[in-house]
Write a protein that binds this ligand. Structure first.
Ligand code: AGP
Length: 614
């Protein structure tokens, strides 16, 4: 889950656009970076460990502005290590053919060891431990004059996933790109062509893009783009318009993208809701599903697949679908699902949740469900992403770009989209107009409700100050708040590096309570839902073990506020909305604890925004 960029221009230097493109993609991996630049004098490669800023520093010394004009074609890479430590030798681009060829890669070559030993037997010397260097040498061995054919032949020997870009001094002015399993987008500007792992590195130059599909390979020259399949037959790919603007991928005055995206939620969720509610029918419109009421009524079971935060949203979905549509619903962790020979079929509706739309395990679970004849739809944020395209139907979140690795607005938008889907399904079954109508009104209130939670930011920051030094925390909740507790724990783990566990509140007594002490704060989700009184009982049990309790309590709920050590006050909301309201408060808590612990909030160590490898 690295980020790759390619730039080809008739007259503009590639150096600036490549470095800026890497900055935009840094959330995909940030342990080392590099560029390869082509000019009449051949290929120049610069790589550095650490963030893109370190590479930029290196370039500012090694390549003065005055010299940059001659490099109008180049490729670049920011890495999330899969094979080999984050060292300069393992950083991309990797070279072959005595430095004449350079290649960058996002993905994993599963049979690289076998390919490597074959190449070593032919006398090829390797400079790195990476799987990617094998591909560079393979392309060079197949180069008999046609660059695209050389790359195709090499890729036919590769097992695994790839998004690649490569240039060669033997083929001046040409860049070859290809994809299988990893995303790759081509941006077509007036005089420039930009290739990238996702559109955030392209929208600064153009909104006209081509999404490559698995098995596509393309030859890019300043004059144009020639897309083919690996057996060299021409392929047509349509141009599409990207609706994101440059502003949406800037910090907009916030210190971190995470804080910006938390505060964007009222607008982002208003976008998710816009044009999708039908007050006259007490239901929802979700045209992207293109499912008739008859098809909806025929669904026998719902299966929601996802990973990480998306899985937690799916677990909230279980409560929504079972309570509003009386339909058995099972949330499934995508990797477990895909390898479990899952029991799904024509009566099942599989909903795939993925912010990026590129998560490898979720994509594979979609393909497995399609193979088994299930009804499949996607719920994605990134327009044109692979899961969205392969599911063939679904709902876009329209939450805008999510740059911070820790997912925030995508979670709340996913829960709202699932709520509107459950409402629609419920209204084709036993859900009354009155109940539907109440929910439509409640959903319309969400942006305002979230604004009230955000207004508590300073109070939440104060409580965070009190607990920022804790290294262990527990999050507890019941019913529809249980997955919200899991999400709260995940956020504080990934951005503040606090060892946190989320539990169904009743589960504490069955073991974890042994870990409680004055050093283990417990965050209790106490919004007004059935079971709140029981959770209050669990709060007493925690306090009896001297554990301080931070309560997410409803405004005016004096009893709950009195029962906890510190209260984070949130506005009243119906049970269906309570997970959204509570999680926004938990996002702010995690953000401030991370800020106070001096953590790299937008790019936490060892993580990446979209997990495109298994
Ligand atoms: C969440 O903050 C993490 N970035 C991670 O758990 C994420 O939710 C997971 O990788 C799934 O990503 P997706 O929604 O893009 O498929």
């Amino acid at each position: 889950m690295c980020g790759i960029v390619g730039f080809s221009s008739l007259n503009k230097s590639a150096v600036g656009p490549l470095v800026n493109g890497l900055r935009r993609l840094e959330y995909r991996g940030y342990d080392s970076a590099g560029v390869a630049l082509e000019s009449q004098d051949g290929i120049k490669v610069y790589k550095q460990t650490g963030k893109v800023a370190e590479l930029d520093k290196l370039l500012s010394h090694a390549l003065p502005e005055s010299e940059r004009g001659k490099y109008t074609i180049g490729i670049a890479h920011t890495r999330w290590a899969t094979h080999g430590l984050p060292t300069r030798a393992n950083a991309h681009p990797h070279v072959a053919d005595n430095g004449n060829l350079a290649l960058v890669h996002n993905g994993i070559i599963e049979n690289y060891a076998a390919l490597r030993s074959g190449l070593e037997k032919r006398g090829i010397k390797f400079l790195s431990q990476t799987d990617t260097e094998v591909l560079a040498h393979l392309v060079a061995t197949f180069d008999k004059g046609d660059f695209l054919v050389a790359v195709s032949e090499a890729l036919k020997h590769v097992e695994g996933t790839y998004g690649i870009a490569t240039i060669s001094a033997r083929h001046p002015g040409e860049m070859i790109v290809a994809r299988k399993g990893s995303p790759l987008v081509i941006g077509v500007g007036e005089k420039d062509i930009v290739v990238a792992s996702d559109v955030s590195a392209i929208v600064a130059y153009t909104h006209q893009v081509i999404y490559l599909k698995d098995g596509d390979i393309a030859r890019i020259t300043p004059d144009g783009i020639d897309v083919r399949s690996l057996d060299n037959s021409p392929v047509t790919r349509e141009m599409q318009e990207v609706d994101w603007d440059i502003g949406s991928i800037e910090k907009g005055g916030y210190e971190h993208f995470m804080l910006k995206e938390i505060f964007e939620q009222p607008d982002a969720l208003a976008n998710t809701i816009r044009g999708r509610l039908d007050p006259s029918g007490g239901t929802a419109f979700l045209s992207g599903l293109s499912l008739s009421p008859r098809e909806l009524a025929a669904v026998g079971r719902v299966v929601i697949i996802g990973c990480g935060t998306s899985l937690h949203a799916g677990m909230v979905g279980k409560y929504l679908f079972e309570n509003l549509a009386d339909i058995p619903t099972s949330p499934e962790q995508a990797a477990e699902f895909r390898y479990s020979n899952p029991i799904v079929g024509p009566n099942d509706w599989v909903i795939a949740l993925s912010q990026s739309g590129e998560t490898a395990d979720t994509l594979a679970a979609v393909r497995e469900s399609i193979r088994k004849g299930a009804l499949v739809s996607g719920l994605c944020n990134v327009v044109g992403s692979t899961i969205a395209r392969e599911a063939g139907r679904g709902v876009y979140l329209h939450a805008g770009p999510e740059i911070s690795v820790a997912s925030t607005k995508a979670f709340t938008a996913q829960v709202i989209a699932l709520l509107m889907t459950a409402l629609k399904l419920g209204r084709t079954r036993r859900l009354s107009f009155e109940h539907g109508d109440r929910l439509v009104k409640e959903i319309q209130r969400i942006p305002e409700i979230i604004k009230e939670v955000l207004a508590e930011n300073d109070a939440i920051a104060k409580v965070a100050e009190k607990y920022a030094s804790a290294d262990d925390m527990f999050f507890i909740g019941r019913g529809i708040l249980y997955p919200a507790a899991l999400e709260g724990a995940l956020k504080i783990k990934e951005v503040a590096y606090v060892h946190a566990e989320g539990y169904q509140a009743a589960e504490l007594k069955h073991g974890p309570i042994a870990l409680l002490s004055e050093k283990t704060p417990v965050v209790a989700l106490l919004a007004d839902i059935p079971g709140k009184e029981k959770t209050l009982g669990n709060v007493q049990e925690c306090r009896a073990r001297h554990a301080p309790v931070i309560g997410i309590v409803t405004k005016g709920d004096e009893a709950a506020a009195a029962a906890v050590t510190d209260a984070l006050v949130v506005p009243h909301a119906s049970p269906e909305i309570a997970p959204i309201v509570s999680v926004v408060a938990l996002q702010l808590l995690a953000y401030h604890v991370a800020r106070l612990r001096g953590c790299e909030i937008d790019q936490p160590r060892n993580l990446a925004k979209s997990v495109t490898v298994e």
